[in-house]
Design a protein around this ligand. Structure first.
Ligand code: ZN
Length: 258
């Protein structure tokens, strides 16, 4: 996993007064125009910073009983999340994929084998997308429109392919590096709470005990600050178009993965 450049954050500042917000508004106007011409949102790096919404995303599963336990935790908390699943894992645990959908979660395509996409030929990238699309369609009857590249790694050619295949490249704002050895639920929560801002997309992973410990603490703490949890598609729909950023760095995170 790579580390990311961390832009400066000013948590107490009204996000609407920032140059970044004004840039987003200008881009939103362009995005609205694009939508009217039928162009889909092809890349998302944040939700609308003026709404206290956040999306929990869980990558890499399903991981058997651990993911089943995570689904139980999310149900108890009444949180709808987004699962970026790996095709070969979905094939192994189709009943967990079904349960995710039954519970109201959203599915995303996270490739078939979890290769680092910039290191493989573009034809193989296409195969990675398509195999997982076929697996998910076979299980739940419809393809997902969301895609997340492993490690957030992609290049212009891959982004173009993602868009051509009808996907939205769904990145994130906050990465507490929940996979790091020694992480605890409290530490993961602390890193998220330090940097989270409205419209945040939180990168977590399926199958980690520390993450399962973090989720209830994080959800309760964020709710006490007025956050509502939504799926990625809902974040896009409710975002007034403040989402489509073509000219941002390939990887972005407000949370230092340390
Ligand atoms: Zn991954």
């Amino acid at each position: 996993m790579l580390h990311f450049i961390t832009p400066p954050t000013m948590p107490n500042q009204d996000p609407r007064s920032s140059p970044e917000y004004r840039r987003l508004v200008a881009l939103a106007a362009r995005d609205d125009a694009n939508r009217q011409r039928g162009i889909r949102v092809t890349k998302v790096v944040t939700g609308d910073p003026s709404q206290r919404l956040a999306a929990l995303t869980f990558d890499d599963g399903p991981h058997g009983w651990r993911t089943i336990d995570l689904l139980t935790i999310l149900k108890r908390l009444n949180v709808k999340a987004t699962f970026f699943v790996v095709g070969k894992m979905a094939l192994r645990y189709p009943e967990i994929i079904e349960q995710m959908v039954l519970d109201g979660h959203e599915l995303g395509n996270h490739t078939y084998n979890h290769y680092r996409l910039p290191t493989i030929p573009l034809s193989l990238v296409a195969e990675e997308l398509n195999r997982t699309r076929d697996v998910l369609t076979g299980i739940v009857g419809s393809p997902t429109r969301l895609f997340r590249p492993p490690g957030g790694e992609y290049n212009d050619a891959i982004q173009k392919l993602i868009a051509q295949e009808g996907y939205t490249n769904m990145l994130w704002t906050d990465d507490p590096a929940d996979y790091k050895p020694g992480r605890t639920g409290e530490k993961i929560t602390e890193l998220v709470m330090r940097d989270i801002t409205p419209g945040g997309i939180i990168l977590l992973h399926s199958g980690l005990i520390a993450t399962m410990n973090a989720v209830p603490i994080m959800v309760n703490r964020m709710r006490s600050q007025g956050y509502q949890f939504v799926t990625c598609s809902e974040l896009i729909q409710r975002g007034n178009g403040l989402l489509h950023l073509q000219n941002v760095p390939a990887r972005i995170s407000r949370t230092a993965a340390t």
